[in-house]
Design a protein around this ligand. Structure first.
Ligand SMILES: [Zn+2]
Length: 362
C-alpha cells in the first residue's frame, strides 16, 4: 500500500488508477501572475501546518491504494507534437551562467512542488557533489483547484480580523490580508513557494528559471505540451552542453503535464539533443511499471534540507503572502514525503512486465 495523494488532476490526464475523486484539484495551471497580494503590514498569525495534521485517514480519496494498471496501459508514450507550432518559448529572464568546469544538472519541475516531492534527493545530492544545479519551473500552477479552499480560508480570516477590529473599537483598522486571491496571485504565491523551497534545498535563487508554460497565450494555454517542454529543454541543452536533464517520468505517470515533460525529454535524448537524462516517479505512482530504476536516498543533512523545503509549501501566513498552496493542492503527498524522503528514479529502457515491489517507508 502506498500512502499518497495529490498531483493527479490536470486536464487530459489518462487517470485509470483509483483517482482520488474528492481531493483538491492538483496542479494544473494557466498564466504567470501579476502583482502579489497587497499586504503591507503583517497582521494575523502564522500557522505552521504539520504535514500529518488533519484528516489523514478520513478524507475521501486521501489515501490511495494503487493497483497495477491494465496491461498495455503504460506503453512508452508516443504523444505527438501538439498545439500551435508557431508559438515559441523564450525565457523571460537571462539564463543562469554556465557551469565552467562543473557538471550541470537541470531539473524541470512541471509545477511548483514536484521538485521537492519527487526530485529533492537528487537535487541535494548534486549540490553536495559540487555540481552546478539549475531548477526550471515549467509552470506557475496558477489554475490549481486549491484556490477554492484558500479563498474560503481567507474569507473566514478576513471576517474574523474585521470582527476583532470592530470589537476592539478600532473601526478604521486596516485589514491587511486579502479577502480572496485571483489566479494571477495564486501563480505568484506558488512561484514564491518554489523559490523558497529551492533555496532551502541549497540553490542560489538566481539558478531558478520560471518558464511560465501555463501563461495564457502559450501553446494550449494552461497545459504543458510536449512541444513546449521540448523547446525549454532544447534551450537548456544548447546552453549547458553535456548537462544531465531530469524531469518527471514519461511512463509511470498519469498527470498530463508531467507526462508531456517526460516525453519531451525522452524524445530529445533519442534525437541526441540531450546526452544524459533521468526521470523521477511521483510517489503517487511508485508502483506503476517503469524502466528499471533506483531509489535515491538522502543523507541526514539532505533530509533536513528537504523537510525545510517541504515546510515552505505548508506555511500559512497570508499577511506575508504565504498561502500554503502546496498543502491545499497535494497535502497527502507532503504527508507521505514527511515519512519517506526518497526519490524514485529511472533512466530509459524497456518497460518491465509486472509491478515493482511495494516500496517500504523508511
Ligand atoms: Zn505536478
Amino acid at each position: 500500500m502506498i500512502v499518497a495523494g495529490g498531483c493527479v488532476a490536470g486536464a487530459g490526464g489518462s487517470a485509470a488508477a483509483p483517482a482520488p475523486a474528492a481531493m483538491p484539484t492538483a496542479d494544473s495551471h494557466a498564466v504567470h501572475g501579476s502583482a502579489a497580494p497587497a499586504s503591507a503590514v503583517p497582521v494575523g498569525y502564522v500557522k505552521r501546518i504539520g504535514p500529518d495534521q488533519g484528516k489523514l485517514t478520513t478524507e475521501p480519496g486521501g489515501i490511495v491504494l494503487l493497483t497495477a494498471p491494465a496491461a498495455g496501459e503504460h506503453s512508452r508514450a508516443t504523444t505527438p507534437i501538439q498545439g500551435n507550432r508557431r508559438w515559441t518559448w523564450h525565457s523571460a529572464q537571462p539564463l543562469p551562467a554556465q557551469g565552467g568546469h562543473r557538471h550541470v544538472d537541470v531539473f524541470y519541475t512541471p509545477h511548483p512542488d514536484d521538485e521537492t516531492l519527487s526530485m529533492a534527493v537528487l537535487i541535494t545530492a548534486a549540490i553536495r557533489r559540487g555540481d552546478r544545479v539549475l531548477v526550471v519551473g515549467l509552470t506557475d500552477g496558477r489554475t490549481t483547484g486549491a484556490i477554492r479552499a484558500i479563498n474560503a480560508e481567507l474569507a473566514a480570516e478576513h471576517r474574523h480580523t474585521a470582527t476583532v477590529a470592530a470589537a476592539s473599537g478600532a473601526v478604521s483598522q486596516r485589514v491587511n490580508i486579502p479577502a480572496r486571491l485571483s489566479q494571477d496571485q495564486i501563480g505568484v504565491a506558488r512561484d514564491a513557494e518554489l523559490r523558497r523551497a529551492v533555496t532551502d534545498l541549497g540553490l542560489s535563487p538566481k539558478d531558478l528559471v520560471l518558464a511560465h508554460l501555463d501563461a495564457p497565450g502559450s501553446d494550449r494555454g494552461a497545459l504543458v505540451t510536449v512541444s513546449e517542454a521540448a523547446q525549454v529543454i532544447r534551450t537548456f541543452a544548447a546552453r549547458y552542453p553535456g548537462a544531465t536533464h531530469v524531469t518527471m517520468s514519461d511512463i509511470a505517470e498519469h498527470q498530463q503535464d508531467h507526462l508531456d515533460a517526460g516525453v519531451a525529454l525522452h524524445q530529445l535524448l533519442a534525437a541526441g539533443t540531450v546526452t544524459s537524462a533521468r526521470w523521477t516517479v511521483s510517489r503517487l505512482w511508485w508502483r506503476l511499471p517503469s524502466p528499471a530504476g533506483t531509489w535515491a536516498l538522502p543523507t541526514p543533512s539532505d533530509r533536513d534540507r528537504i523537510r525545510r523545503a517541504a515546510q515552505e509549501y505548508l506555511t500559512w501566513d497570508p499577511a506575508a503572502g504565504k498561502y500554503a498552496v502546496g498543502f491545499y493542492s497535494v497535502r497527502w503527498q507532503f504527508a507521505a514525503l514527511a515519512r519517506d524522503v526518497r526519490d524514485r528514479v529511472h533512466a530509459t529502457g524497456p518497460k518491465p512486465r509486472g509491478d515493482h515491489p511495494t516500496p517500504r517507508p523508511t
